[in-house]
Design a protein around this ligand. Structure first.
Ligand SMILES: [Zn+2]
Length: 127
């Protein structure tokens, strides 16, 4: 089998990525697949989420509703969306976390950069 230099370079990038960043690649995958991710590893990987969840604990609760963060940026730690558990599950099925922006993206990659964009997108899922 003949492998071009470009293919080889891509292969090197991919294997380096997979071997050097297991916590980036495999743990979120593990979490997505099984829901199993030890708390210590979770807080190591997502300190902003742990801090935001802790900050949101001081917010009022709503009967039968979860608090959903549309953003984990410091200014938004106490800016949550109240969802039923089934809405919450559905929303997370159709969004992907972008840790660099500390916000979510639609499955097509579009950043949900404001609360109103986030709300409009997830409300569209509930119809
Ligand atoms: Zn959520």
């Amino acid at each position: 089998m003949i492998i071009s230099n470009i293919e080889m370079a891509n292969w090197n990038v991919m294997t380096t990525f997979l071997l050097c960043t297991p916590e980036v690649v495999f743990l979120p995958l593990l979490k997505r697949v099984s829901g199993l991710i030890p708390d210590k590893i979770y807080s190591y990987l997502y300190p902003e989420k742990v801090a935001a969840q802790s900050a949101a604990n001081s917010l009022p609760t709503q009967e039968g509703k979860h608090k959903h963060h549309w953003s984990y940026n410091l200014d938004h730690w106490k800016n949550v969306i109240y969802l039923t558990p089934s809405e919450h599950r559905l929303a997370h099925y159709y969004i992907r976390y972008d840790q660099e922006r500390m916000m979510y993206r639609r499955l097509d990659g579009t950043l949900l950069a404001t609360k109103s964009e986030h709300l409009a997108y997830i409300n569209g899922l509930f119809k």
